[in-house]
Design a protein around this ligand. Structure first.
Ligand code: SF4
Ligand code: SF4
Length: 364
């Protein structure tokens, strides 16, 4: 693999397929949850903020997305089922687009699973933080949450819904990934997604104790042997996609943020007061979608047809939107992923671009 042009002043290289409309959208339905995960990117509270959009507004926004050509809707949070009115939104979206739900499954019993199936949910992505109750519950902060998530997965499977298990890899669970694959197989999941950690929300505050070096993560991934019938999905090298070109996301307060992993860095506008497509034209949004970067790994470019890896972690570690993604082994450049850079002066971004604005929180 090769990396080219590592200086900020280098000519930008690469490029993404042009897309004039989003094809898929992620909805951050709520920033509330019944768990207290140390890795929570949403920094969830127990009670939903009154400023979170009601289901009726989401349904109107979804119609705008469908008119623009969106064919896939991912609903996540927080814990979406912590707000029961999410069922109205799923029921509206499911006949019009592939509709997926990311959930901790602790609020799913047979009645809820049957309802989700009946209103047309496509599949469920269930977060587990460990193969054992000890590991999982220590990371969620709620005793008994592992048992309740497993019960939820069983209910989803009994209702005939496909389940993918997701795990945010961290120092508390990286030795339990193989048993987690075995558990997912035993519970009838189709796939396991091993996700790299992002320095966002509570995970950022606990980064010093929960993060891993790139070498530790690569070794843990390399050691995995997926049981027959389990598809292993991983989100870093050699699969370091720069998927900004196709992403749209709206947070719980109605702000267009491009991707949930950009939730603390960008704000392209309030889609309750302006058309979504006006935010899609924001100069920074257009810049990130263009996929031109300072350095690109040849392996990623050939396998993913995108360049430079994830823009969220590139910005988090380098403070530049076009910087190399340090989670990519070909572009890491000696960055110790266990050490977050101290906040510095806002970087120079160029004409039309701006630093992160932090649209994640319930600001007054
Ligand atoms: S289950 Fe998900 S949304 Fe809830 S606290 Fe944990 S990470 Fe946050
Ligand atoms: S910020 Fe990262 S995960 Fe999100 S769309 Fe961009 S490259 Fe993909």
């Amino acid at each position: 693999m090769s990396a080219t042009g590592t200086s900020p002043a280098a000519r930008l290289i690469g490029g993404s397929p042009p897309l004039h409309r989003p094809m898929k959208v992620t909805i951050g339905y709520t920033q509330s949850c019944n768990l207290d995960c140390r890795v929570c990117y949403a920094d969830c509270t127990r009670a939903p903020s009154p400023r979170e959009l009601p289901a009726t507004t989401w349904i109107r926004l979804l119609d705008e997305f469908f008119e623009a050509g969106v064919i896939s809707v991912m609903i996540e949070g927080g814990e979406p089922l912590h707000r029961p009115d999410v069922l109205e939104v799923i029921a509206h979206a499911a006949p019009r687009a592939m509709t997926r739900l990311r959930t901790n499954a602790t609020l799913v019993d047979d009645a809820m699973a049957g309802r989700l199936k009946a209103i047309g949910l496509g599949d469920a992505m269930v977060d587990l933080l460990g193969a054992t109750p000890e590991t999982h519950d220590a990371l969620t902060g709620v005793p008994g949450s592992h048992a309740r998530s497993i019960a939820g997965i069983r209910a989803l499977r009994r209702a005939g819904l496909p389940v993918t298990v997701l795990v945010i890899m961290n120092r508390g669970n990286h030795r339990e990934l193989q048993p987690l694959l075995e558990l997912a197989k035993a519970e009838g999941a189709e796939a396991v997604g091993v996700l790299r950690p992002y320095p966002l929300g509570r995970m950022r505050r606990d980064w010093g104790t929960l993060s891993l070096s790139l070498q530790e993560m690569m070794a843990a991934i390399a050691a995995l042997r997926p049981p027959e019938g389990i598809r292993l999905m991983q989100s870093w090298h050699p699969n370091d996609a720069n998927c900004c070109w196709q992403m749209a996301a709206v947070n719980a307060y109605g702000h267009s943020i491009g991707c949930m992993y950009l939730r603390e860095y960008v704000d392209y506008g309030d889609v309750t007061t302006m058309p979504f497509l006006a935010t899609w034209d924001d100069p920074l949004y257009r810049h990130l979608r263009a996929g031109k970067v300072e350095a690109s790994c040849g392996g990623c470019a050939s396998t993913q047809h995108t360049h430079g890896g994830c823009r969220s972690t590139a910005y988090a570690f380098h403070g530049r939107w076009d910087a190399p993604d340090p989670f990519d082994s070909g572009l890491n450049g000696g960055v110790d992923l266990r050490v977050l850079p101290a906040p510095g002066p806002e970087p120079e971004l160029g004409p039309g671009l701006r630093p992160g604005l932090g649209a994640n929180h319930d600001a007054p």
